[in-house]
Structures are given as structure tokens and as C-alpha cells.
Design a binder for this molecule. Structure first.
Ligand code: B12
Ligand code: SF4
Length: 518
């Protein structure tokens, strides 16, 4: 069978990184079948396009996976595939919580022939076998021989063949610039952010989060060796293409077991498997100086921290009281002292938020080392304790908000402000963090560091700006570059000066070739 795995975009925002589930299921597909991947974030495709694709390529099964915010598009695409006569199986967090919706069991249209509940590592080969026989069941659940839920162990994790997977659609370097950038230092002909998981599960149970419910509170890890081997393979591929990669460790809380994380990082260093990496780690775990030393030494460059709020009572409300706003500054300084910086994520519209919450948050942020602040609204995702609480209190204004995805829009009424006020707070946060002046200020704050750090924060801020301010397509990008021309010009001038002085000092015929992590 020829199988298509498809990951939809939501038509509004785009991810910068491919989804791991597609590569994982591709690697877990039994021999004898061919699997092709389309990520709608990298290769936009519409209903007519997918119907044409499955017909022209003789696709016999389509697998679609996504989170809640992409589900409306996912259903439309599934409908188009089914209308073309090809069966659809859906998986991922949303359909796991709402299988009846996907199967059209209670009301509404049926969108999927089958739904894979929860983690599909062990059920996927069965789904493929049933589909090949034309005997798909409606529901596939990860259960043992006694019908009890079984979470897959990650000890026998498949080796994802990164050396040979076609990654063309995930290169963020524009095609026209690739050949020129290949020659630049270690080579920048390609640049990809690759998802790698080292473990699953988070026991913290924050009220708004689906992770504890989905993956369970039992934490499972891959062996250090399998993670190290994967990094070595990725590093070798980037080098052979004269390109670069960065790895996003997608674990929900990469340091949930600090002892194990340290042992993994030590093994990465010992094997010279360092690549630039990003991971999500909660602030409480970053108190550990030894851990932060190892993060820096093993290639960690950005840490995503779910700060959510600077108000302890908001944090207590959502069962995230382990976050201590009083220590945020020290945590970020500890990272910055080792040249590791933070993506700090905040949610507005929480129950104790009042008008002015964005400015109060920004006042704190301005005292921290510059990083990448991001702002969203607290959102009741299906099957979370937050959803149940708001539903019981009659506070849901759009109980099925996923039927029409609207970015940065509340789906319930906050307690101490209006919905409109909450939206205005998010806008204020983005406007004041990503204006040309704010970007220039962030770049200037690194003036005591080598130029590379200023380039890093400039590029990262220009890209992250796009999470709130749509900047799809070359014209939108040109506008952003024009608005930030002064900061860009300063950096280019400085780079040129450095290059000239390097040329003057450089002995004849010397070669300087280095690559990420070396
Ligand atoms: C990495 C990550 C991101 C990355 C990028 C996503 C990417 N490209 O990978 C970043 C940081 C950008 C991100 C952003 C957001 N994320 Co996010 N993210 C994750 C995270 C931590 C890992 C995803 C992952 O790869 N998991 C590992 C794989 C193996 O698991 P999986 O995807 O679930 O796949 C398994 C099964 O679900 C199943 N499966 C999945 N798809 C399919 C398809 C088929 C056909 C089959 C058979 C099976 C199947 O099989 C797989 C193997 O077992 C998850 C939490 C988590 N641990 O999953 C949250 C998570 C997916 N994110 C979530 C959310 C809410 C967001 C944001 C909306 C947050 C925000 N407020 O801004 C944004 C949205 C950004 C956007 N525009 O898309 C939620 C989604 C919940 C939901 N019901 O929608 C999650 C679950 C975390 C949470 N807090 O609850 N995220
Ligand atoms: S710490 Fe992060 S992953 Fe764990 S439950 Fe809370 S929000 Fe979810």
C-alpha cells in the first residue's frame, strides 16, 4: 500500500518545525508499504489539492494527525480524501479526546474511517495491516491482552532514518540562497529544526494542559544511547550537506528527572554528539547549577519556559503553583551567564488578571536578560480539568471553539476583565516586545557579547514576531526587514568590520571550516 501521512496547518499560523509523529509512524510502518509525508505547514495544500494528490499517487490510506487548533482544517481535508474514495485514519490529542466527533457518532458528519486513541506506536502496525486487508476498525486503543490501557515503553524506540528521509520541504533556507550560503563558514545551505523526543509524560497536571491526561503521569525514557545515536546521525547529515540543524527536544519537561537528564547530557558530550538544541523545562528545575552547566556544554541554546503568569494566585488557580515568579529573574540570569537564553511563555485572561496585566508583566520582563517572550490566552482544551471547571461554571462562550479556529481569541469569560480587554492585553504584549524599537533594544542589550549572539536574537525576534503578526510570504518579510533596517544595517556593518579585520590577520591559504556543535 502507498500511505500518505498528512499534518494540517490551521490556515492562519505556520509551524517552523515538522511534527515528530509523522516520522515516527513512518519508521514504525511494517515493511512492504511505502509512506509519503506532507506537512501542510511547509507545503500548503487545500481540499482539491489533497484529493488530486491521493488519486494521482494511488494512495490507499491517509493518516491525519493534529492538535485542536488544526482540527477544522483536518476534518475538511479528511472529507475530501474520503470523497475521493480513500479511507482516513485520524490520531493525535484532539481526536483522542473527541473520537465520537471524528467518527460522526453523536451528531454531525463523519470525517474518519478509524481513530487511533492515545499513543499509536503499537497500534499503528495493526492499523496498517487491517487497512491492507480492507478491514479497518473504528477505534484502535493502546491496550494489553487483558484490555487494560498500556503506555508504550520507549526502550525499543525505532531508529528514525534521518540519513535518508527526504527533508526537502523542511529546509528554512530559501532555495535561491542555498548555494551561496553553503560556502559560508561551516555551510548554511540548509537549516532545519528537527524534533527529537527523549522521554514522554509529565506528572504535574496543570489544569489547562492535556499532557498528563494523554501520556499519563508515568514518565518513560528512551535509552541514552538511542538518543545519542540519533543526534550523531543528524549531525552527520547536516555536515554532509554543508548545512545546519538544530534539535527541538519535544519532551514536555526535558529535565523532569534531573538525574537522568544530566546523565543523557554527559553522554552527549562524551560522544561529541552536541548539536544546537532547544527544550522545554519548567523554571523550578532550572535551580540546579550543575544541570544548567551541562545544558550549556551539550549545545543547549534556547530553553522554553512555561511561566504563564507573574501572579502567584493565577498560578495556584491552574495548579501550577510550583512556578515561583520570585525566582524567574535568577533562573534566567543563571541561563544567560552560560549563554543560554529563554523563550518565556505567558497566558493572559487568567482568573486574577486585570487590565494592565501585560504592562505589569513587561515591567518584569524588561529587568531580565533579553529573550523571546510570547503571549497567549488561557484556552480550555477539550478533556482538560480547566474545560470541565469553566463548563460547570457556565463560563464557556465558545464551547466548541475548535470548529472555527480564531487565533488569539478567548473561548470563555475571564473573571476580572472582559474578553475584549483580554485580547487587548495580548496585543499590547506583542506590540511592545516586537516593535522595531523593542527588537533594537534586545539586540543592543547583547552589545557586550560577540556578534553571533546579536545575530541570533535578531533573527529569532524577527521570526517569533510572526507568531502574532502574520508574515507569510516574501512581501510581508520585506516589510519586516524594512521596518528593522537600522538594526540590520548596524549588524551587517559590524559583521563586515569583523570580517575585514579577520582577513587582515588571517595567514595565507588557511582554511576555517567549522560546523554546529563542533
Ligand atoms: C513540540 C510541541 C510544540 C512545538 C511545535 C509543534 C511541532 N511541530 O512539533 C511548539 C513549541 C511550536 C508548540 C506550539 C504549540 N503547542 Co504544542 N506541543 C508540543 C509537544 C510538547 C510535543 C509534540 C510531539 O511531538 N509529541 C510526541 C509525539 C510522538 O506525540 P504525538 O504528537 O501526540 O503523536 C502520538 C499520538 O498522538 C499518535 N498520533 C499523532 N498523530 C497521529 C496521526 C495518526 C494517523 C495516527 C494513527 C496516530 C497519531 O501517535 C503518535 C505516537 O504515539 C506537545 C505535547 C506532547 N508531549 O505531545 C504539545 C502540544 C501538542 N501543544 C499543544 C498546544 C496547545 C500548543 C500551542 C497552541 C500552545 C500555545 N498556546 O501557543 C502552540 C500551537 C502552535 C501552532 N501554531 O501549531 C497541546 C495541544 C493540545 C490540543 N488538544 O490541541 C499539546 C498536547 C501540549 C498541551 N499543553 O496540552 N508545540
Ligand atoms: S508542567 Fe508543562 S507539560 Fe507538565 S502538566 Fe504542566 S504545562 Fe503540562
Amino acid at each position: 500500500m502507498k500511505i500518505l501521512l498528512y499534518s494540517p496547518d490551521n490556515g492562519v499560523t505556520r509551524n517552523f518545525m515538522p511534527h515528530l509523529w509523522m516520522f515516527l509512524l513512518q519508521s514504525l510502518t511494517p515493511p512492504g508499504h511505502e509512506v509519503v509525508l506532507i506537512d501542510g505547514n511547509a507545503q500548503p495544500i487545500d481540499e482539491a489539492g489533497i484529493a488530486r494528490y491521493v488519486r494521482e499517487n494511488n494512495i490507499a490510506l491517509v493518516g491525519i494527525g493534529c492538535m485542536t487548533r488544526m482540527i477544522a482544517k483536518a476534518y475538511r481535508m479528511a472529507d475530501a480524501v474520503r470523497a475521493a474514495g480513500v479511507p482516513v485514519v485520524m490520531g493525535g490529542p484532539h481526536v483522542t479526546e473527541m473520537p465520537d466527533e471524528a467518527l460522526g457518532r453523536k451528531s454531525g458528519k463523519r470525517h474518519a474511517d478509524a481513530v487511533a486513541l492515545g499513543e499509536a506506536d503499537e497500534t499503528w502496525p495493526k492499523i496498517v495491516a487491517d487497512a491492507a486487508r480492507g478491514q479497518l476498525k473504528e477505534i484502535y486503543a493502546p491496550v494489553d491482552e487483558f484490555g487494560q490501557e498500556r503506555k508504550p515503553s520507549l526502550q525499543a524506540y525505532p531508529a528514525i532514518p534521518w540519513r535518508s528521509i527526504d527533508l526537502g520541504q523542511f529546509n528554512v533556507v530559501p532555495k535561491f540562497a542555498g548555494p551561496m550560503l553553503k560556502r559560508f563558514r561551516g555551510g548554511w545551505g540548509t537549516f532545519r529544526v528537527i524534533p527529537v523526543e527523549s522521554g514522554r509524560g509529565c506528572p504535574y497536571g496543570c489544569e489547562f494542559c492535556t499532557v498528563t491526561g494523554f501520556f499519563g503521569d508515568s514518565i518513560r525514557f528512551r535509552s541514552n544511547k538511542s538518543v545519542v545515536d540519533e543526534l550523531l546521525m543528524l549531525k552527520a547529515r547536516a555536515k554532509s550537506e554543508r548545512g545546519q540543524i538544530a534539535v527541538f527536544f519535544i519532551d514536555d519537561n526535558f529535565a523532569i528527572n534531573p538525574k537522568r537528564t544530566k546523565s543523557l547530557l554527559r553522554d552527549i558530550i562524551a560522544a561529541n554528539a552536541q548539536v544546537y538544541w532547544i527544550a522545554q523545562i519548567s523554571a523550578n528545575l532550572l535551580r540546579d547549577e550543575e544541570l544548567v552547566d551541562l545544558i550549556a556544554a551539550s549545545g543547549g541554546i534556547w530553553i522554553f519556559i512555561g511561566m504563564e503568569s507573574i501572579d502567584p494566585s493565577n498560578l495556584a488557580d491552574v495548579n501550577k503553583g510550583f512556578n515561583k515568579p520570585g525566582e524567574y529573574a535568577a533562573v534566567l540570569q543563571r541561563l544567560a551567564d552560560r549563554n543560554v537564553f529563554a523563550i518565556t511563555s505567558f497566558m493572559f485572561g487568567m482568573d486574577n488578571d486585570t487590565v494592565g496585566v501585560a504592562e505589569r508583566t513587561l515591567q518584569q520582563i524588561r529587568t531580565w536578560p533579553a529573550g523571546l517572550p510570547i503571549f497567549g490566552l488561557i484556552t480550555p482544551l477539550p478533556a482538560t480539568p480547566l474545560y470541565a471547571r469553566l463548563e460547570a461554571a457556565g463560563r464557556l462562550t465558545r464551547p466548541k471553539h475548535w470548529e472555527e479556529f480564531i487565533p488569539f481569541a478567548m473561548a470563555h469569560t475571564p473573571l476580572k476583565m472582559t474578553i475584549g480587554e483580554a485580547h487587548a492585553e495580548v496585543k499590547y504584549g506583542w506590540n511592545h516586545s516586537y516593535s522595531p524599537e523593542a527588537i533594537a533594544q534586545a539586540v543592543r542589550s547583547f552589545s557586550y557579547k560577540p556578534l553571533g549572539y546579536r545575530i541570533n536574537i535578531l533573527i529569532a525576534r524577527l521570526c517569533f514576531r510572526g507568531i502574532y503578526f502574520p508574515q507569510m510570504g516574501p512581501l510581508a518579510w520585506l516589510k519586516v526587514l524594512y521596518e528593522n533596517r537600522q538594526t540590520i544595517a548596524d549588524i551587517v556593518k559590524e559583521g563586515f568590520r569583523d570580517w575585514l579585520s579577520g582577513m587582515c590577520k588571517r595567514p595565507a591559504h588557511s582554511e576555517t571550516v567549522s560546523s554546529a556543535g563542533d
